[in-house]
Every structure is written in C-alpha cells, then in structure tokens.
Design a protein around this ligand. Structure first.
Ligand code: ATP
Ligand code: MG
Length: 555
C-alpha cells in the first residue's frame, strides 16, 4: 500500500501514512455514516470529501453506512436523498449500501456477551431517575438499585425486553462501567432502549434498538473499518467506543479520530434546526435554495465541483472556526466564471426608444457565449428600436462618477452600439416610462471615430424578442453571524432572504436547461429553478452575485 497520491495532507492522513508504513494496516477502509433523519448539508460534505478522498487516494474503500438506530425519526425519503446527494457530489461507495441495522442480530449477541461477563445489566429506573442518578460534572453519579442483578436475571430480563414484555421506558440495558467516572459518557451508559416502532429496514422484527454508541463501534468493527473519522463532539464517546470493543469478542478494533466540524457564517448546520425550518414552513422544504443542504445548494445552482473545492480549501484540523461565507462564494464564482455561458437579462426594466432607427429596425447581432472560451461558440441576440435596460442604469439627473446612462451622455450597449440619452417620457404621475436615445451606428464593437471616451457598458434586451422571466434573489436566511447562538432562531430570520423580481431575458434562454448555470452579465450567476419553472414560465435563481471586480465589463 502506497502513500496518498494527490491531495494536501492533514493530521489524519499523517496517521494513515504512519499506520501503513508500520504495517498496522495493509488497506485503508473508511465510512460515511449518516443517520437517515434529515437531508445532508454542507457540513456533511466536509465529512464525505474527507472519507471518500482518503479511500480514493490510498486505493482503499469507503462505505456508505446508515446509522439507523432510531426508527422514530428516520425514513426512506431521507435514505434516498442521502444516496442521491453522495452520488451527485461525485463519490461512489464501495459495495452495497450498508445499514447498522444489518447487524442488529450480532449486536444483540454482543450485548448478551457483556451481560454474561457481568458488564451490562437491565435497569428499571425511569428515564428521569436515570438522568438524576447520573450526577453532573461536579457530582459523582449514584448506582442504580438494579445494578447488581445476577447474570441469570439480566439474561432473562433482556430477553423479555426483546420479546416485548416491558413497555417503553420501563426498562433498558446499561453498561456496567463506573458511576463516578469523570467522563459522563462512562457512567453506565444505556446500550439498548425499548421502542415499539417499526423500522424502515427491519419492519416489526425488533422492539429494542441499540444506542448509537453501542451500534456504531460494532458496525465499524464488523465492516473492517480501519480509521473511523468523526467530528469533535464525539471525543468523549471514543472512551465508550473503545470500552465496548475491548470487552466483546471481536477480531478488529478500528481507531476513532475526531476533526472539527464545519461551521459557516449566517448559517445553521444542524439537522434539528433545519428540520424546524422545514416543519414550520419558514422555507419551501429541505431543498429550498436558501438552505445549505446539498439538495438546496444543487437547486440553487451550486456545482458539485465547487463544493468539493470548498471542502479542499477549508482542510481538516481540530481547530474550531466559523468559516466566512465568502470562502464558499469564491469557489462557486471561480467555477462559473470559467464555465458558465454568458447571457443578458434585465431584472428591473425600463424601456429605451432609439429614435434615429426606423420602427421596424432589426439586426441580428452575434455575440460570444464566453469572453475567452471560444469553444463555447456564439449566440444571436436581436437588436431592435425598442429595448429594455435596467432602471438603475439610467439617471435623469447628472451625477458625478456615474458611468451609466444620463441625459446628454453616452454609454455602450454590451456587444452592440453606443447610445446617447436625449430625453425621457413620463406618465401622469411623473414616472419615467421610457428613455429616448440616439444610437451611433458607427460604433458596433469599436470605439467612436473621433475617439470620444465611452466609459460605461450596460446590458440590454430587445423588448420584442426577449422573454418575461422571474428572478429569485437570495440573501442568507439569518441576519446573525452565528444563528446557532441566538436564543430563538426565529428572531434572527432575514426578512430579505428571498426577493422576487420580474424582468426579461434574451430569447436564447428558452433553451436553458434546468439547473444549468449562466452568467447574466453584470447581474450574477443564475440557473432555472427546477421547482418554479414551467414550460410557460421562466424562473431563475441567483446562485451568487458577481464580484465587484467583475462588475466592470469591457466590449
Ligand atoms: P447534525 O448535527 O446536523 O444533526 P449529525 O452529526 O447528527 O449532524 P449524522 O448524520 O450523524 O449527522 O452525520 C454523519 C457524519 O457527518 C458524522 O460523521 C458527522 O460527524 C459528520 N458531520 C455532521 N455535521 C458535520 C459538520 N458540520 N462538519 C463536518 N462533519 C459533519
Ligand atoms: Mg448524529
């Protein structure tokens, strides 16, 4: 087994390198172990990239295993969405999809082994009393009165638990470790609890389900995982992970390593909170384009490559940090700047009449689809007497440093001619209904003959040949940098997280493929929304705005 081929290194890869060099392992096996109780978010992407890239780089294997030990919150929709998201991100798990529930029978046998060794007992304290007896960080726990039952009694009672003789909460199986341990997790943790819930994989076969800490380490070991990678909040759980594996008869003992989880500004990355946003209808669903779920980001127009690149840049360490939103945005901008075809869209339209052109003037202008990728080809955009420009690109008053259209001043229409504003027409209320311009027909894709300087370039579409469209502009869902710290999440919801604007796009957009991204010049990167777009209605999501430096475009 050779060392990793590509990719930057990190402390986990260094450990793997050493393990391989010392011959501790000959193959590297990792796993991504989501609980199917929600959709994956960008935090999970960090874990997916870590685990799958290690398998790729070390020519090892990465399993996809559902940690399905709590059927109450899990379902098949979540399972399907997770499989779909992992595949979309560009990864393929080794072999079949696995489930912790594949091992329920073995886990049960290991629990029986612990009981036989006097290392587990059936407790009949109520859940409230178990909590009370556990003590706190400063107060040692207290032994349960049921702690010293005989092995025979425990075996009997555990089998009764399995057979449905107890009601939920009336009994549980606990490890017998140490009620005075300074690690709370070791104060006789619960290993099995009773739940009369059907399970998406095992149906009604079981009414007792193992706890995460018991099921996870055993599943890792049975699958031959070599490096079990998880986030830092599981640091203490490692003691229990090792305790279980040290006390059962199993031939492999994977090692758990923890790294810091991803936190992002203005974002919440916890399925519990995301679920609340969905169930209280504060968003359209798990795939709302404002949600940083992989389904939401995909619908918004993020590419898988940009998310992988983001995960590469943030790296892996034990340092807790909140990553700036701009770090994520630069990844998608860089990708789309390179790869998204250009088009024109006017989001907040005002009409322009070009008074020196005949009424039926039509000219088919050929424009490049990308400023420096000629292989992307060219497109035809009709230029007519009547066009739309953006309201913010015209000012009736003369303003200093305003490089767009003003009365008496000239501006270039992108990929077309130089026009000059001569006057306006207004309605009864004094609102401008149209800007009257003249066009210098000697300026197509070239500077005026007398070399007058034209500073501004604005985008436009023909009124006759453009298509009406809806534009959905997004801001973060929360106004607070760290919404998780807010007392109530709802107080930090951003009222402007979605702004809907009606405007026009060049007619080539009738062929826009669902979710394929475009740069609408000067407005940002957009893609059609897979939910709101219909054959008769074009709806675009703004994926991300342009960087300031890109706002200036040249002919
Ligand atoms: P959440 O906190 O969102 O409910 P979770 O940890 O309960 O997430 P799991 O389905 O158990 O979600 O997570 C699967 C894997 O993804 C775990 O190994 C977990 O450590 C990792 N993971 C979850 N959230 C993040 C994150 N923000 N950054 C990095 N890894 C994460
Ligand atoms: Mg979890």
């Amino acid at each position: 087994m050779s060392k990793a081929l590509s990719c930057q290194t990190n402390f986990i890869r260094q450990i793997i390198d050493e393990d391989l060099a010392r011959g501790v392992h000959t193959i590297v096996r990792t796993r991504f172990p989501p609980e199917p109780n929600g959709y994956l978010h960008i935090g999970h992407a960090k874990s997916i990239c870590l685990n799958f890239n290690i398998a790729i780089d070390y020519r090892g294997q990465c399993h996809l295993r559902f940690d399905d030990t709590n059927p109450v919150n899990e379902n098949m929709d979540f399972i399907e969405s997770i499989k779909n998201d992992v595949t979309w991100l560009g990864f393929q798990w080794y072999g079949t999809v696995r489930y912790a529930s594949d091992f329920f029978e073995q886990q049960y046998e290991y629990a029986v082994e612990l009981i036989k060794k006097g290392l587990a007992y059936v407790d009949e304290l109520s859940p409230d009393l178990i909590r009370e007896y556990r003590g706190s960080l400063t107060v040692a726990g207290q032994d349960s009165p049921y702690r010293n039952r005989s092995v025979v009694d425990n075996l009997n009672l555990f089998s009764q638990m399995r057979n449905g003789c107890f009601s939920e909460g009336a009994a549980c199986l606990r490890a017998k470790i140490n009620m005075a341990s300074s690690f709370m997790i070791l104060r006789d943790p619960v290993l099995y609890r009773i739940k009369f819930s059907d399970h998406h994989q095992t149906g009604s076969k079981w009414c007792i389900y193992p706890m995460y800490d018991f099921a996870h380490c055993i599943s890792d070991a049975l699958e031959g995982i070599t490096h079990s990678l998880c986030t830092l909040e599981f640091q203490d759980n490692r003691r229990l992970y090792d305790w279980v594996l040290n006390n059962i008869t199993i031939s492999t003992h994977p090692k758990q390593y923890e790294f810091s989880r991803l936190n992002l500004e203005y974002t919440i990355l916890s399925k519990r909170h995301l679920k609340r946003l969905v169930s209280e209808k504060l968003v359209e669903g798990w795939d709302d384009p404002r949600m940083l779920t992989l389904a939401g980001m995909r619908r918004r127009g993020y590419t898988a490559a940009s998310i992988r690149e983001f995960c590469r840049r943030i790296g892996i360490s034990k340092q807790e940090a909140i990553i700036e939103m701009t770090a994520l945005e630069s990844c998608i901008r860089e990708d789309l700047n390179e790869n998204a075809p250009r088009a024109m869209a006017v989001l907040n339209a005002i009409k322009v009449f070009i008074i020196n052109l005949p009424d039926d003037y039509e000219e088919m202008l050929s424009m490049p689809c990308h400023p420096n990728k000629h292989t992307m080809g060219r497109r035809i955009v009709p230029f007519t007497k009547e066009i739309y420009i953006d309201r913010s690109d015209f000012s009736e008053e003369t303003q200093k440093n305003y490089k767009r259209l003003m009365i008496g001043k000239e501006v270039r229409l992108r990929h077309a001619y130089v026009i000059k504003a001569e006057g306006v027409e207004k309605d009864g209320q004094g609102n401008i209904t149209c800007v009257l311009c003249t066009c210098d027909m000697n300026t197509f894709n070239k500077n005026p003959l007398d070399s007058r300087k034209i500073k501004g370039v604005i985008h436009w579409v023909s009124t006759k040949y453009s298509l009406a469209a809806e534009f959905r502009l997004y801001e973060p869902l929360f106004t607070s940098l760290n919404p998780a710290a807010a007392e109530d999440l709802l107080t930090t919801i951003n009222p402007n997280s979605l702004v809907v604007q009606k405007g026009f796009v060049e007619q080539n957009m009738q062929y826009a493929q669902t979710s394929s991204p475009y740069q609408f010049e000067r407005e940002g990167y957009f893609c059609t929304d897979s939910v709101h777009s219909t054959p008769n209605k074009l709806v675009f999501n703004r994926i991300v705005s342009l960087r300031h430096s890109l706002l200036k475009c040249n002919v």
